[in-house]
Write a protein that binds this ligand. Structure first.
Ligand code: PMP
Length: 419
């Protein structure tokens, strides 16, 4: 390893020098988006200053360079997730965009009235609402596999939900609410025994573990660059070659066609360009590749160990807070997330109190309303860790929590929630 996570990587992240009033920023909302290391910021600037041109469209050297750089970024991502071929990696704006693409191409092609789509009960709205809308529009049924009281969906429960009408399954790898890790490999195996393809939402997994799409045997695996220390506006749709190459275009336009005449049928180029209509987010792809290189330098074992340390420290801090309890079982397989509630205090009030101490956390339902509902709470407070967080920061949280008390939300809107 070139660098160890924690204190020693903090200088790589310029934003961490930010102060919130008199206090240093304690950024613990990494599950919403991660901060960017200088390596990523520099890669983006270098691209715009030295290689900016459109790809695949110009017969001049700078355009060839931009095309090479873009394809190199694709190869870096391919190797980072252990895809077999570079053309199995499609650049998209993010996880939400990838799921919507799959719904409108793969899903719409496969699904007929009376069919079923199986999802878990812990999906983020981005891997729930697109499938729900598709099911509603074709008269299919969306089947939710409920989590147990520790917030886990077991392989057995998932297996039991699959049946002769199941045409596809869409499951999250790691819950954005609790950090729970689903047994995706087993889930995929049981789906494949019935010839059911599986879409995996890896948005919360990719920042915390070395994802190997071949080992998981996922048919599609999607994630966002911005949660993995890359830029916003870039994400990845991985697809197994034979399935991906069979997809019809999602959006059509520049970059997707071989030739167009007004009289002949349109001939589309192969994947990945076929699914990347319009000018791609080239500096985004370059920045994402830089982020994966940065993480490789830290090393995935060190990242896992660091998550483990911080999650355990955070759980201890919460347990030390009067009337606070942890939701789920984050220490079981730490993915850098600890969700908790303080009985009698609205999560927004807890979040506001922490903010007054310079601590940035997310409170509410985390775009997973239906999952949070199952715990009988109006929302949770979520601490989510990145490679630059430290035990000293968890100590700041512990200290701040020792003085938390009911406030505006608890008094005025005891059960109100939005996000
Ligand atoms: N799925 C999960 C599990 C997520 O955590 C998120 C982001 N919170 C998304 C999907 C959506 O990602 P994006 O907003 O980057 O499209």
């Amino acid at each position: 390893n070139l660098v160890a996570p924690g204190e020693s990587v903090r200088p790589d992240f310029p934003i961490l020098a930010t102060r919130v009033g008199p206090r240093p920023l304690v950024y613990l909302d990494n599950a919403a988006t991660a901060q960017k290391p200088r390596r990523v910021l520099d890669a983006i600037t270098d691209h715009y200053t030295g290689a900016n041109a459109n790809v695949g469209r110009g017969y001049y050297q700078l355009s060839h360079l931009a095309t090479d750089v873009y394809e190199q970024a694709r190869a870096t991502v391919q190797h980072a997730i252990n895809a077999e071929h570079a053309d199995e990696v499609v650049f998209v704006p993010g996880t939400t965009a990838a799921v919507n693409l799959l719904v409108d191409t793969f899903g719409r092609d496969r699904l007929r009235a009376g069919d079923q789509v199986v999802v878990t009960g812990m999906e983020h709205n981005s891997n729930l609402l697109p499938w729900r809308r598709l099911c509603e529009s074709v008269g299919a049924e969306l089947v939710l596999v409920a989590a147990d009281d520790r917030g886990r969906v077991t392989g057995e429960a998932f297996d039991a939900a699959l049946g002769p009408k199941t045409r596809l399954a869409a499951v999250t790898h790691v819950s954005n609410v609790l950090g729970t890790v689903n047994p995706v490999r087993d889930m995929v195996a049981s789906a494949h025994r019935r010839d059911i393809p599986v879409v995996v939402d890896g948005a919360q997994a990719v920042p915390h573990r070395q994802v190997d799409v071949r080992e998981l045997d996922a048919d599609f695996y999607v994630f966002s660059g911005h949660k993995v220390y890359g830029p916003m506006g870039i994400g990845v749709l991985y697809g197994r070659r034979e399935l991906l190459h069979a997809l019809q275009p999602y959006q059509v336009g520049g970059g997707t066609v071989k030739g167009v005449s007004l009289t002949e049928p349109v001939r589309y180029v192969p994947v990945p360009a076929r699914l990347e209509a319009g000018t791609p987010h080239i500096p985004g792809a370059v920045g994402l590749a830089a982020a994966f290189e940065y993480l490789a330098d830290i090393g995935w074992d060190a990242i896992r160990a660091h998550d483990d340390t911080l999650v355990r420290a955070a759980v201890a801090a919460v347990l030390d807070t009067p009337d606070a309890r942890v939701v789920g079982d984050p220490a079981a397989d730490p993915s850098g997330i600890v969700s908790f509630v303080v009985d009698g205090i609205h999560p927004y009030d807890v979040g506001g109190h922490l903010d007054a101490h310079g601590i940035a956390v997310r409170s509410g339902v985390h775009c997973a309303n239906t999952f949070v509902d199952t715990f009988g709470v109006v929302g949770t407070v979520r601490l989510s860790f990145g490679v630059y967080n430290t035990e000293a920061e968890v100590a700041v949280v512990r200290e701040a929590l020792s003085t938390v008390k009911p406030g505006f939300w608890t008094a005025e809107h005891p059960t109100e929630r939005f996000l």
